[in-house]
Design a protein around this ligand. Structure first.
Ligand code: ZN
Length: 327
């Protein structure tokens, strides 16, 4: 099928409306309280009924930015509340994908609110496929910008009321290097190599990079109370002292948490790109890339040790502390 033919089919879907997605629970304070805890928000408008009633809202409300939360499916994917549509509002992405555009990246998420919600309201949303742009080539690759609009309503006896809107735009694309065989240090002729961005080095962090250059993993230590801290900073979070020295870490610890980056592939990093939060044996944590390991074999609690690697950045060479499994 030529691109023109299948893309006509995609264009014909623009404007399609998808049925409602219901919420499992009415707007409620326990969810709002937990969300506020996670986001670090402390506002009695969201948990204190007496305060809420005497506030400018006149009722107990919830953070507006939680709008999306109410209709989410929960821990299990696609476990939507009873009565929700069985249609897939993202079907257009599957269609584009089947024509050779496997990657996706979210580019815009814009929320608009009509008013504050009150505890007890039942919320649902409907989705409209708003726009599919013409094929475009970006640094990530070639593909299509797809825009969906989710309109949120509150159920009302006299007619449901619009309470907000979410514009969600993704780029569905063919990665720039898709299909190319990957060889270490391969340098395509004529294309300038993209270098790693150099880390920002400040007066607070200079010692760390200088240590790395000498093959030392230096951790900042408070001179007053001995608390270790990383990343480096000007004062001790425990006792607020500005006096500090450093401890040379043995560079050994265990994986406390990790992520494996797959998409989007940003040059010059190798993918999949595993990055871990490491609990050093000295007691503080540090973030670092993982080397010499298949991402499938990474486990929480795995013992790792530092390796220093000289890399080329856009501002010259720098020595990076990376971590590899202790064998
Ligand atoms: Zn201290």
């Amino acid at each position: 099928m030529s691109q023109a033919t299948w893309f006509e089919g995609v264009k014909a879907m623009v404007g399609k409306e998808y049925g409602r997605v219901n919420s499992w629970d009415p707007v409620n304070s326990p969810m709002a309280r937990q969300w506020c805890e996670m986001m670090g928000i402390d506002n009695p408008c969201y948990y204190d009924a007496n305060y809420g009633e005497s506030s400018p809202h006149g009722y107990l409300t919830v953070p507006p930015a939680m709008l999306q939360v109410w209709c989410m499916e929960g821990l299990h994917i696609n476990n939507y509340a009873p009565g929700s549509t069985k249609e897939n509002p993202y079907e257009v992405l599957k269609m584009i994908e089947s024509h050779g555009y496997p990657a996706v990246v979210a580019v815009n998420s814009e929320l608009e609110f009509e008013r504050n919600l009150s505890v007890g309201e039942s919320i649902y949303y409907t989705t409209r496929l708003q726009e599919v742009g013409e094929e475009k080539t970006t640094a990530l690759g070639t593909g299509f910008f797809v825009t969906l609009i989710m309109t949120y309503f509150s159920e009302k006896a006299g007619g449901d009321e619009k309470v907000g809107e979410l514009l969600f735009r993704v780029f569905k694309f063919k990665p720039a290097n898709a299909g190319a065989p990957k060889k270490a240090d391969e340098k395509p002729a004529g294309i300038p190599q993209i270098k790693r961005p150099a880390p920002g080095v400040s007066d607070d962090t200079k010692f760390f990079w200088e240590g790395a250059k000498e093959g030392k993993l230096l951790i900042q230590r408070c001179k007053s109370c001995g608390t270790l801290r990383h990343p480096p900073g000007p004062s001790c979070p425990s006792c607020h002292s500005f006096e500090w020295d450093t401890l040379t870490s043995k560079g050994v610890g265990e994986i406390y948490s990790f992520v494996v980056m797959h998409y989007p592939e940003v040059p010059p990093f190798a993918y999949p790109n595993p990055i871990a939060l490491i609990q050093l044996d000295e007691g503080t944590r540090i973030v670092g890339g993982l080397e010499d390991i298949n991402p499938k074999d990474i486990k929480i609690g795995m013992r790792v040790e530092v390796v220093f690697k000289v890399v080329e950045t856009d501002q010259g060479e720098i020595t990076l502390p990376l971590f590899k499994p202790v064998l």
